[in-house]
Design a protein around this ligand. Structure first.
Ligand code: BG6
Length: 471
């Protein structure tokens, strides 16, 4: 059957500064924690990545040619303020002006994130713990306000990328810089502090009278009981949902945490041995931003099936693509399982496209004051086969088609979805997996930096040019 997307729908491709730009220690850029973390790991380097710092005109020309009319980029905070605050790096400012000018020239609209996993290293020095240290909130608001005033050519802003993923990597799975495992107290606190920073930046955007829209991008993931008839499994799914979804959605669209959300978070923090510090002025800040959050970016790849179980914490991240090597058991929550008949990727990510429909409908029903949603990331990562310059990525096309079908159904169900960004525009490295987990519409030969359109790029071009999805 043929499905028609609405007029004005955005057909985008997504990138993130650290994953594409390269030039991480040149042109005046300051350090981020990933620099030393990746160097110490010795698995792969963030340089030259996809060399976007030098090749963005090539990628934007491809966008134009393949109907990609929106691009998610992020500004590297440390290209603007190398030490997070204080001295400005004019070369970094000039780089982003040049990038946005090229976007304009190619008819590709930039959707700009202020912090995509690259909070400056400076905030981790002298006893600092990034956003766990509250002065980082003030620094973020200053940096955001600078960007709003400087980059007036940008009309679509997102404060942060994926606060729950940041908390998970930093304090639950512990496979990020400064990572600690099973510290749900710190995970909730980090998300809370970052949500306050988001809220204050949204208010600054509104008070400054800047033109355009502002929102936040989150990795939202449907959580289901493994056994639909088990009340205990349903409770496990509810707890996982609080961690991944409800905590940040309540903060964004209620302006406070609903009592059962707060109770669950407090309980999980206690199990991890800590307390939450939620102050009255924080809640006032969340509430003040309520009317001005214009849009929500939803990044979505997978879902989780939960089984209630007792036991000790045990999480192992599959960062290699060895299927079946991941484990996820969290005290106070339960165990993550694969439901029979539901496919998974080589990285054990559960492919469940109808979950996206459930998620979108749930936002509409539970948070009726949301205004607009963009699906800001969706895609399938695997080791592409490259044969004589051609990449037949049929499984990726199928994945994208299925997810877009469920998005279309959600639009029919009354959800305001305004655009879709494929993760990723071109191949780029994956933070905890490296260069062999490819997602791009455009294949990157990381030796030569040459780009090759994959079969999915031609498929996406047809969709973008006709607005029609054959499903
Ligand atoms: C999102 C991030 O979490 O998912 C991206 O915004 C990331 O930066 C993408 O690369 C895919 O995740 P992964 O772990 O496969 O690279």
């Amino acid at each position: 059957m043929s499905r028609q997307f609405p007029e004005g729908f955005v057909y985008g491709g997504a990138t993130a500064a650290y994953q594409v730009e390269g030039e991480t220690r040149t042109h005046g850029k300051g350090k981020v924690p990933w620099d030393d973390f990746l160097a110490a790991q010795g698995r792969f380097s963030p340089d030259p990545a996809s060399d976007f710092y030098n090749r963005y005109p090539v990628d934007l020309e491809l966008c134009q040619r393949f109907g990609v009319n929106g691009i998610r980029v992020s500004i590297a905070w440390t290209r603007i303020f190398p030490a997070g605050t204080g001295a400005l790096n004019q070369e970094g400012v000039d780089f982003y002006h040049a990038l946005f000018a090229e976007c304009e020239r190619r008819g590709v609209v930039p959707y700009v994130t202020l912090d995509h996993f690259d909070t400056p290293e400076a905030f981790y020095e002298n006893g600092g713990e990034g956003f766990l240290t509250r002065s980082t909130i003030d620094a973020f608001v200053d940096y955001a306000t600078f960007c709003f005033g400087e980059f007036t050519e940008v009309k679509h802003w997102f404060t942060f990328n994926e606060i729950p993923a940041t908390a998970e990597g930093s304090f639950i799975v512990g496979n990020w810089p400064h990572g600690e495992k099973y510290r749900l107290d710190k995970a909730f606190q980090l998300m809370h502090n970052m949500m306050v920073a988001h809220a204050r930046a949204v208010v600054a955007f509104h008070d400054g009278g800047y033109e355009g829209e502002i929102g936040i991008v989150q990795n939202l993931e449907p959580k289901y009981p493994l056994d639909p008839n088990s009340a205990a499994d349903a409770e496990a799914a509810r707890m996982a949902d609080v961690i991944n979804n409800r905590w940040v959605l309540d903060a964004t669209f209620r302006g406070h945490y609903a009592p059962d959300t707060l109770e669950a978070a407090t309980r999980l923090a206690h199990i991890a041995g800590g307390e939450l510090d939620i102050r009255d002025e924080d809640i006032e800040a969340l509430a003040a931003a309520l009317p001005y959050c214009d849009c929500l970016g939803v990044n979505t790849y997978k879902c989780q099936f939960l089984r209630a179980a007792e036991g000790e914490n045990d999480i192992h991240h599959n960062g290699t693509g060895d299927k079946g090597s991941s484990r996820w058991f969290l005290k106070g929550v339960g165990e993550s399982c694969v439901r029979e008949g539901v496919p998974t990727t080589d990285w054990d990510w559960i492919i469940y496209p109808e979950g996206l429909y459930d998620l979108l409908m749930r936002i509409k029903n539970d948070y009726p004051n949301y205004k607009k949603i963009y699906v800001t990331e969706n895609g399938m990562g695997y080791k592409d086969d490259f044969e004589d310059g051609f990449i037949d990525d049929a499984p990726r096309i199928d994945y994208l088609r299925q997810h877009l079908t469920w998005i279309h159904r959600a639009i029919e169900g009354g959800v305001n979805v305004a655009g879709y960004f494929v993760w990723s525009l071109q191949d780029q490295f994956s933070w905890t997996n490296g260069y062999n987990k490819r997602y791009g519409l455009f294949y990157v030969d990381f030796e030569t930096q040459k780009r090759y359109p994959k079969a999915s790029a031609y498929w996406f071009k047809n969709l973008a040019e006709t607005g029609k999805l054959e499903s």
